[in-house]
Design a protein around this ligand. Structure first.
Ligand SMILES: Nc1ncnc2c1ncn2[C@@H]1O[C@H](COP(=O)(O)OP(=O)(O)OP(=O)(O)O)[C@@H](O)[C@H]1O
Ligand SMILES: [Mg+2]
Length: 278
């Protein structure tokens, strides 16, 4: 029998077992199970409201599931709070970047390093500096975060998560609302982060961007895994075409330049607070 590729043979970094989440009467995540290997890059697509950001909340710990469990690096973290999970190695970005506007860019990433990683002194400084360097924000380290444009806010959101030194990075539509060259820049950053061996789950409506880098693609619909596996096979499946790509809510098809969904990322940053779901 041929040997499985190295990636396949390693123990899972993350296991989601039968996760369920409802808000009042609304079932948002429904018996969802999947696994992620160390160093794997999993793309997640799905219609608006499919439960993608909610899923991140359940993994990162700002939401508690009504059913199922979250296993990270062999330990059941389901009952751990967000801060504990962050220190265990789960870092996340939010769909709507919300930097600490009254702080500088560097102070923002120091919050990630000191609170998210419990790093102190020189170690915190180095984590922050490396995170800013990775996303290309080092030249703006001393600028007020409030003055950043959308691309830089997205970069800072990533840098703040990176400064927590995660083993799993959750990216929620980091490319949403950006121009094509800006998306390319972010993709290069993600590829660089990935080359360090960090596992990544990346939710994105820009299917072209996802397809060029992910190992595996998962399509979420109505809180359930509609299909997961080889990215091209997932996108080619009739069900995924109907539920996601065939709807007007879907983002641009690969190779097309259609208008994407109404994008909360491009909203006025000052009004973003109401939109952030956590
Ligand atoms: N805190 C909350 N309270 C009540 N309902 C919520 C809450 N957070 C999310 N929802 C609802 O759960 C459903 C899934 O929301 P979620 O944000 O996870 O979707 P999504 O797949 O990330 O969508 P999008 O592509 O628009 O970002 C939606 O119907 C949403 O209105
Ligand atoms: Mg979302």
């Amino acid at each position: 029998m041929p040997e499985a590729p190295l990636l396949e043979r390693r123990a899972p970094l993350l296991e989601l077992r039968g996760l369920g989440k409802r808000f009042g009467g609304l079932v948002v995540i429904d018996d969802l199970s999947t696994t992620l290997r160390p160093g794997e890059l999993l793309g997640v697509v799905g219609p608006n409201g499919a439960g993608k950001s909610t899923l991140f909340g359940l993994i990162a710990g700002d939401l508690r599931p009504d059913a199922g469990s979250v296993i990270f690096d062999g330990s059941d973290v389901t009952s751990l709070r967000e801060a504990r999970r962050c220190r265990a190695g789960i870092g996340r970005t939010y769909q709507i970047p919300l930097p600490f506007a009254g702080m500088t860019v560097f102070e923002n990433v120091l919050v990630g390093a000191t609170h998210g990683r419990k790093a102190r002194g020189r170690a915190a400084y180095q984590l922050g500096q490396r995170a800013l360097d990775t996303v290309g924000l080092l030249p703006k380290a001393n600028e007020q975060a409030a003055n950043l444009g959308l691309l830089d806010r997205k970069r800072l959101e990533m840098a703040r998560a990176l400064a927590t030194d995660p083993r799993l990075l959750l990216l929620d539509e980091v490319a949403g609302g950006l121009t094509e060259p800006e998306v390319q820049e972010l993709m290069a950053t993600i590829a660089q982060v990935r080359s360090r061996g960090m596992a990544i789950i990346w939710i994105e409506h820009i299917v072209d961007a996802l397809l060029s880098v992910v190992d595996r693609l998962l399509c979420l619909a109505a809180g359930r895994v509609l299909m997961e596996g080889d990215p091209a096979a997932v996108l080619a499946s009739r069900e995924v075409q109907e539920v996601y790509l065939g709807t007007t809510e879907a983002g641009p098809l690969p190779g097309q330049d259609a208008a994407g969904p109404a994008d909360p990322n491009s909203a006025d940053p000052d009004s973003a607070d109401q939109d952030r779901r956590s």
